[in-house]
Design a protein around this ligand. Structure first.
Ligand SMILES: C[S@@+](CC[C@H](N)C(=O)[O-])C[C@H]1O[C@@H](n2cnc3c(N)ncnc32)[C@H](O)[C@@H]1O
Length: 423
């Protein structure tokens, strides 16, 4: 039994069932649906929300193998019962009051299903097309480890804001507050929490000393390696996870443009900027990568980060629903967009400047293929070793030229990055 299944009650089951039913027919990302559900049910406390969210996310992660257990009756209720009994280890006595007589019999059969005998894509909870992609890219035992890594929940990582404080001060404060935390393995500014505490009211969060950011995402900022006083663009800034790090590494000196096509996302950067104490960030909504507003910057920027819109399949630990939403056709559309954005972003880089292309995808089509095509058309850009750039900043990681972070190897979300300097 997990810690959270110890909280089980009929009322919580009903909430999990209602939320899962919404999730299974929603066109919106799971995290949005879950947040909306909790806003509508303010009576639920932090621990109850934790139980409900953890349970429904586990169903989303393991939906394919759970469906194999549910056989012909695939309802939210059965998926939930299967997750609680087969994966959370709850017994009949604990499920008493929820289980009907006929469900008891069915659950015994569901538990008896031999997972090892299911086809690998079913057992690993991957859609067939994604399993085939992974098998084309990795050896079979690596696919097994990768899928298992992607099927784990992600830890909660923080990034310390060096404009406000230092990592050891933050660690000491968190420990004094009773929060289990440790320094991250690679990022010099990273802290990994060992639980999932609510942080939005913590004084260190409110005063901008910390931000929530996966350690892998932090490493992308170090690949850009911004310097004080430079002109830099975060081309796909979104809500600014990486913008804030770049600005802090610039010590708030110079000019950092935060472009994005999505006004809603850039709006979420504003309160974070206010907390961060940065004064060198210029958010700018653009119509597209060809927007005339950015043409005047052609050839003028020292560094440009392209954190490209992508399938997000490297973030399955946090967004398990993505693997059931993405399709080869949606990935093909993204690849065309990525190529167009990279070409536009590259045109802003000055001679001697740096372009970093990054995704949180695991697919070669969104990663190396996009970069190789760009390099073939732009001989003035030369690839640089990600490993060397990080080593020069005291970050020891064995990745080679292109950064490829994998959950089961590095404990981060999966990220890809290529660094190209313009000659
Ligand atoms: C991977 S997300 C960026 C996440 C962000 N960098 C962070 O660290 O929080 C990709 C972003 O690209 C933006 N985007 C999509 N098409 C774009 C385009 N043509 N030009 C610039 N940004 C674009 C999306 O709105 C989205 O915010």
């Amino acid at each position: 039994m997990t810690a959270s299944s110890a909280r089980f009650s009929h009322a919580l089951f009903r909430h999990a069932e209602a939320l899962l039913s919404e999730l299974l027919c929603s066109v919106f990302p799971a995290d949005l649906v879950v947040s909306r559900y909790f806003r509508q049910h303010r009576e639920l406390g932090h621990a109850d929300r934790g139980f409900i969210a953890e349970t429904v996310f586990l169903v989303l992660r393991r939906k394919r193998s759970l469906s194999a257990r549910c056989a012909d009756e695939l309802t939210s209720r059965r998926l939930l019962l299967a997750v609680l009994a087969c994966l959370q280890g709850m017994n009949r006595r604990q499920l008493e009051g929820v289980l009907s007589e006929s469900e008891s019999k069915w659950l015994a059969q569901a538990k008896a299903v031999k997972i090892d005998e299911l086809p690998p894509a079913v057992r690993l909870d991957l859609p067939d097309w994604l399993y085939a992609e992974f098998m084309a890219q990795y050896a079979a035992d690596e696919v097994e480890r990768l899928a298992n890594g992607l099927n784990q929940p992600a830890p909660l990582d923080l990034r310390v804001n060096p404009l406000k404080t230092g990592r050891s001060e933050v660690l000491a404060r968190l420990l004094a507050d009773g929060l289990a935390a440790e320094a991250c393995r690679y990022s010099p500014l990273g802290i990994r929490l060992l639980g999932k505490p609510a942080l939005s009211k913590h004084p260190l969060f409110i005063d901008g000393s910390i931000e929530v950011q996966d350690e892998g995402s932090q490493l992308l900022g170090f690949l850009v390696q911004p310097r004080r006083g430079e002109m830099i663009a975060d081309f796909c800034a979104g809500a600014g996870g990486k913008t804030l790090l770049l600005g802090a590494l610039m010590r708030s000196q110079g000019r950092l443009y935060a472009f994005d096509v999505a006004e809603r996302r850039l709006a979420r950067l504003k309160p974070r900027l206010a907390r961060s104490g940065l004064s060198n960030v210029y958010p700018l909504q653009i119509e597209s990568e060809r927007d005339v507003k950015i043409r005047r910057l052609a050839g003028k920027l020292d560094r440009v980060l392209v954190d490209a819109p992508c399938s997000g399949l490297g973030t399955l630990r946090r967004n398990p629903d993505l693997k059931w939403r993405q399709m080869p056709a949606s990935v093909a559309e993204l690849c065309a967009k990525q190529a167009a954005i990279l070409a536009a972003a590259g045109s802003l880089v000055k001679v001697g400047g740096r372009l970093v292309y990054a995704t949180c995808s695991l697919l070669e089509a969104e990663n190396d293929a996009v970069v190789q095509a760009f390099l073939a058309q732009h001989p003035d850009f030369v690839p640089c070793s990600a490993q060397d750039i990080l080593a020069r900043q005291g970050i020891a990681i064995d990745v080679g030229e292109r950064l490829r972070l994998l959950p089961h190897q590095h404990g981060t979300d999966a990220f890809y990055a290529a660094v190209m300097d313009r000659r």
